[in-house]
Write a protein that binds this ligand. Structure first.
Ligand SMILES: [Zn+2]
Length: 438
C-alpha cells in the first residue's frame, strides 16, 4: 500500500486514523508499505504483500500474528485461504499446504499467467468463467455504466472505488478515469492480489468486509460502485449508507455518484440469486436521496445497439418488477441521468487484443482464418447466452489483420469486431488461448 492511502483509510470500528506500528516487524520501500502492522486506538491490522487487511476474521488475526513474527510468506498463504499450519495433522490443512506451495512457486515466476495461478488455486478460489468475463453481457453493461457515470463525475479529478470488486475486471474500466488510482475493496484477498498483478495493475487494493462498516473516511471518493455483488450483502442498509458517506464531499452529492449495478430482483428468479430486494426495497435503502432504478435489459439493448446509453429513462414500477437485474444510481450531478454516447472502441490495446476465447478456429482459407462461437458449458449458455445478440455464430478474420492485432492495434476494417467483442482487449498475461494469433 502507498503511505498516501493513510489519508483515506480509517478503522472500520472506531473510525480512527491508522499508522504503521514501527515497533513491530515491517518492510517498506520508498512510499510503499509491503508488510507491517497498522494501528488505531482500538485495533491492529496487518499489511500483507502490500495489501491492508481491514477486518478481524480468523485468517486476518492469524496473518497478523505471522507478520509480527516476520513470516510474511506464510501470512500471505493464510490470507489466500491455503492454510499455513505445516505441522497440522488435519488432511484438509495439508491439502491446502500443497496447493499453497504450487501457488507460491507460480507467483515467484515472472511469466505465470492469471489463468495458471487461478487454476493452481483450484477449488480454493472461485474462478468461474473469468476467461470470458470481458465479453459477457453483465460485464458489458457494467463497463458502459461505469464509463458513463464515472466519466462524468470524475471529469475534474477525484477518486473511484470498486466495492466487492473481486479480481478487478471493472476496476480496470476506472483506471484512466480515477485520480489518484482507484481503490479495489473486497473480502477475498486472493482476488484483489490477482487484480493488482494482472487485471487492474496500479489500483490500490484493500481487503475488507462488505458486511462491516467500510474502512474509509467520509468523502474519500467521488465515484463508488458495487457491481454483481450487492445481492450477496446481508447488511444492505449499512452498505448503502456507507457508500453515500464515502461519496459525501460536502456538496450535497452534486459532484459525485454511488452506483449499484447488476443486482438481482426479488420479483424474478435468476441463477445465483443471493438475497435480492424488490426495486422499491432497494430504493428504501437510500433514505436521504431518491436513486434512479433502471432495468438492465434496457441498458443491455442500448449497448448492443451502439448507444446512446440512456440513463434518463424512468420505467414504470411494473416494468422494473419484470427485470432480472437492476442498476441503481444515486446522484445529484446534473450530467449523469441523461443519455450518454458510447465511447468508440479504443484503437490501442490497454492490455493485448485477442480473439474472444469463446471462439475456436473452424477453418482457414488463403486469405482468412474462420472462427466459430462455442460455449464452455450449457450452464454458461443459459446464464450468458444473451451474448449471441452481439457475437456472430461465425466470423472470418483476414490473415493480414492478425499480426496487427498482436502488435496492439486494430485495423480499421476490424473496428466493428472490437465493438462487438469478437475481439477483446485482455490484460497482459491473462492466459487466454491465442486462437489464430501468433
Ligand atoms: Zn479502531
Amino acid at each position: 500500500m502507498l503511505r498516501s492511502t493513510f489519508d483515506i483509510l480509517r478503522c472500520p470500528y472506531c473510525g480512527g486514523r491508522l499508522d504503521l506500528v514501527t515497533s513491530s516487524y515491517h518492510q517498506t520501500q520508498g512510499d510503499e508499505i509491503q508488510h507491517g502492522i497498522l494501528g488505531c486506538q482500538c485495533c491492529v491490522f496487518p499489511v500483507v504483500d502490500g495489501i491492508p487487511v481491514m477486518h478481524l476474521q480468523p485468517p486476518a488475526t492469524q496473518a497478523r500474528e505471522l507478520v509480527e513474527q516476520g513470516d510474511t510468506l506464510k501470512a500471505r498463504r493464510v490470507m489466500f485461504g491455503l492454510g499455513g499450519n505445516v505441522d497440522s495433522a488435519d488432511k484438509a490443512d495439508r491439502a491446502g499446504e500443497a496447493v499453497g506451495e504450487r501457488v507460491d512457486a507460480l507467483i515467484a515466476s515472472s511469466d505465470a499467467t492469471y489463468r495458471a495461478i487461478v487454476e493452481a488455486f483450484g477449488e480454493y478460489i472461485e474462478g468461474g468463467y473469468f476467461l470470458y468475463r470481458f465479453a459477457d453481457p453483465t460485464y458489458i453493461v457494467g463497463h458502459a455504466v461505469a464509463r458513463a457515470v464515472a466519466g462524468t463525475v470524475l471529469t475534474r479529478g477525484g477518486r473511484a472505488i470498486d466495492i466487492c470488486g473481486g479480481s478487478g475486471h471493472l476496476t480496470r474500466s476506472l483506471m484512466d478515469l480515477s485520480s489518484p488510482a482507484p481503490v479495489l475493496a473486497d473480502l477475498y484477498f486472493a482476488k484483489i492480489w490477482l487484480a493488482r498483478r494482472f487485471t487492474a495493475p496500479g489500483c490500490e487494493p484493500v481487503c475488507c468486509d462488505g458486511n462491516a462498516p467500510m474502512p474509509f473516511a467520509r468523502g474519500s471518493f467521488r465515484y463508488a460502485m458495487c457491481s454483481d455483488a450487492f445481492m450477496y450483502i446481508w447488511t444492505k442498509r449499512q452498505f448503502v449508507q456507507d457508500m453515500l458517506r464515502l461519496t459525501d464531499n460536502g456538496d450535497g452529492g452534486r459532484e459525485s455518484a454511488a452506483v449499484i449495478s447488476h443486482t438481482h430482483n426479488q420479483c424474478t428468479w435468476t441463477p445465483s440469486h443471493g438475497q435480492p430486494l424488490t426495486p422499491d426495497g432497494y430504493r428504501n435503502l437510500f433514505e436521504t436521496i431518491e436513486p434512479r432504478v433502471v432495468g438492465e435489459s434496457s441498458l443491455f439493448a442500448d449497448v448492443v445497439n451502439g448507444g446512446p446509453l440512456d440513463l434518463s429513462r424512468q420505467a414504470a414500477e411494473k416494468a422494473l418488477e419484470a427485470e432480472p437485474a437492476l442498476t441503481i444510481i444515486a446522484t445529484r450531478h446534473a450530467g449523469v441521468l441523461v443519455p450518454h454516447a458510447l465511447e468508440p472502441p479504443p484503437d490501442r490495446a490497454q492490455g493485448e487484443f485477442r480473439v474472444n476465447p469463446l471462439y475456436a478456429v473452424s477453418g482457414t482459407t488463403a486469405a482468412s482464418v474462420m472462427f466459430h462461437l462455442r460455449f464452455p458449458s450449457e450452464d454458461y449458455e443459459q446464464e450468458y447466452g444473451a451474448c449471441r445478440q452481439y457475437l456472430p455464430e461465425d466470423v472470418a478474420i483476414p490473415r493480414e489483420a492478425l499480426p496487427v492485432l498482436a502488435a496492439g492495434r486494430v485495423p480499421v476494417e476490424l473496428a466493428d469486431l472490437l465493438r462487438r467483442r469478437v475481439i477483446v482487449d485482455l490484460p497482459r498475461g491473462y492466459g487466454a488461448p491465442s486462437a489464430g494469433i501468433t
